[in-house]
Design a protein around this ligand. Sequence first.
Ligand code: FE2
Ligand code: FE2
Length: 204
Amino acid sequence: MCLDAQVNILLVMETHTPTRQEAFELFCRYNSNESLIKHALAVEAVMRHMARKHGEEEEKWGIIGLVHDLDWERFPDEHCRKSPELLREAGWPDEYVHAVASHGWGICSDVEPVSVLEKTLYAVDELTGLVVTSALVRPSKSIMDMEAGSVKKKWKDKRFAAGVNREVIEKGAALLGVDLTQLITDTILGMRTVAREIGLEGNP
Ligand SMILES: [Fe+2]
Ligand SMILES: [Fe+2]
């Protein structure tokens, strides 16, 4: 192997702290579906809100939220298993890789959420979907004036947002030791910061 090739391999293997721009470009390289991109932005915004609330590293939390479904569009049968491979190839640190893999714990991954960051991602991922559907059935179609009660009202109606696994959200809240209403409120507050980008600003 020539020296150039060796240097290239070393460069690929070496980990670095990813930037938000790098994360978004990587996500868009593997995903083009508009609702999936909106979902990524919603989860990023909630993770940023949660990080600010807990005095944690907002950039790291946001970036992990942004890329958590990296493998979803191209590798649906390998969801949560392909992303770690892609992130490692891109030189992302273990902490980021582990967190992304853990969001599908018990569903498509056996990687358990351990850190507060991971438990938060696990808890809010599905919840953002329920918040979106709850907002869209309101007359205002807006998240800006929506409270946790609108989401809780739909909690037991299994036909409403049928794809959203309420048990995972409840398990996530329990892992975090937070009350469900508080978790929903924080998720709404986070999503409000990107209401325009995710189409939940309401009627003009
Ligand atoms: Fe996922
Ligand atoms: Fe997701």
